[in-house]
Design a protein around this ligand. Sequence first.
Ligand code: HEC
Length: 139
Amino acid sequence: MKKSVLVLGLAALFFASCGEKKKEEVKKEVETTVETAKEEVKEAVVDNVELGKKLFTDKTCATCHQPDTKVIGPSIKDINKVYSEQNGNIVKFLKGESPAIVDTDPGQVAIMKANLDSFVKDLTGDELAALSAYMRSIK
Ligand code: HEC
């Protein structure tokens, strides 16, 4: 009787330690997966900003929007400032779903609106998100 209890006890101990080891392994695996995912997200964000930067030039945004100075449109920094303060959404603005909040002068709004109606409407959601990511990366 005593012997079998001892055997049972040892077996339990054995399985328990096995379980511990498994847990450690699983924990390590999860941590590695999370780290890899984080790296991938970081790379995706960088890629997105790079794509946005390219689109900003290719799609002529840069002719009217400079990082620091007002050219025809407000500077990117001025746009960022207002969008941060008012918790605005650049993608929504570019989709024509939210009104202008940076420069509300009707003449100015009409200039930007002409872009939205002509070529910005043909950009994909991903391209708009990339443009927004690039603009917001200008600090
Ligand atoms: C022909 C000049 C011109 C071009 C090209 C142009 N913009 Fe604009 N943009 C303006 C003007 C003018 C305003 C100011 C009016 C306004 O705020 O809507 C403006 C405003 C904006 C705003 C602020 C909107 C707000 O809430 O007031 C954003 C964001 C913006 N432009 C993004 C872009 C992007 C992205 C592109 C390229 C796809 C682009 N613009 C191309 C002239 C231009």
